[in-house]
Write a protein that binds this ligand. Structure first.
Ligand SMILES: [Zn+2]
Length: 281
């Protein structure tokens, strides 16, 4: 069977990125400059995976509009998924045919002052808990890979992201692209250095893909979301099976983690609705 490496590519974790205007398409000329920087990091991961023995690399875009990738120069072994809405969202396309997953992500298990642009899926989610424990996208995306029996072999982001990755996943390779000084400030190395580190880690993770273990949540899985807005909790609680647990929070429980993950996406859409936005605290 061909060795497939799956890469979920978010944006905030890339070398050089510290500000919301650098990650929002069309908002400032800065975006296009940082997009090149981000693409270079993605390319280093792809090239490293191929050098490490991958026969096929599947890239899935997981940031914002999810149409950020500049694909013209991608090698023939690469397939990619762009756009939204799509099944499994940040982990669209991952399945049991993948040898390992890489998460190019950002921190967000709760609000960390050292996590650069830290958030869990959207800023409108103040906190997400799974089975009582605060989690970020890293945990939720790793668990969706684990749902399909796929381990996460490499985590890329700021130092806080790497801490969260090691705490949650144990044996995992991590590359820190920056050290957060605040939510909107970081201490960074030359992109030439981080790019080399990404290439080397991707090659090593691919070579040793079979040593990593899939990450899973215990079933039934209960997800509790604390929103910024009261109205988001009210609207979400109208869905059958969703329980109101506080002024700004709801909980949803299901045997099947993939169903819980998809419900998380529905709660995002509700929280980002125009009417709900007027109620932001
Ligand atoms: Zn993002």
């Amino acid at each position: 069977m061909p060795k497939t490496i799956y890469i979920s590519v978010d944006f905030e974790g890339a070398t050089g990125i510290v500000s919301p205007r650098q990650v929002t398409m069309g908002q400032s000329p800065e975006f296009e400059r940082l997009r090149q920087r981000w693409q270079a990091d993605v390319d280093a991961l792809v090239q490293g995976a191929l050098a490490g023995g991958a026969d096929r690399v599947l890239l899935n875009e997981s940031h914002g509009t999810m149409i950020n990738l500049m694909a013209d120069h991608l090698p023939a072994q690469v397939e990619f998924i762009s756009g939204r809405i799509k099944p499994d969202l940040h982990m669209c396309g991952v399945d049991s045919g993948c040898e390992a997953a890489f998460l190019f992500t950002h921190s967000g298990a709760g609000i960390h002052h050292e996590g650069v642009l830290a958030h869990t899926f959207i800023n409108e989610f103040y906190r997400v808990r799974i089975n009582g424990q605060t989690v970020g996208e890293l945990h939720m995306n790793a668990a969706l890979a684990g749902y399909h029996g796929v381990p996460v072999a490499l985590v890329v982001g700021d130092e806080q992201t790497c801490r969260e990755g090691r705490e949650a996943l144990g044996d995992v390779l991590c590359v820190a692209t920056k050290r957060g000084l605040d939510r909107y400030a970081a201490w960074m190395k030359s992109p030439n250095v981080t790019q080399r580190e990404l290439w080397e880690a991707a090659a090593e993770a691919t070579r040793n893909a079979s040593r990593f273990a899939p990450f899973r949540f215990v079933s039934p899985v209960e997800m509790e979301i604390e929103f910024l807005a009261v109205t988001a909790a009210t609207a979400s609680s109208f869905i059958p099976g969703v329980k109101r647990t506080g002024p700004r929070s709801i909980a949803y429980r299901h045997e099947d983690y993939r169903t819980v993950y998809h419900m998380g996406w529905i709660f995002q859409l509700i929280a980002q609705g125009n009417y709900v936005q007027q109620d932001r605290l």
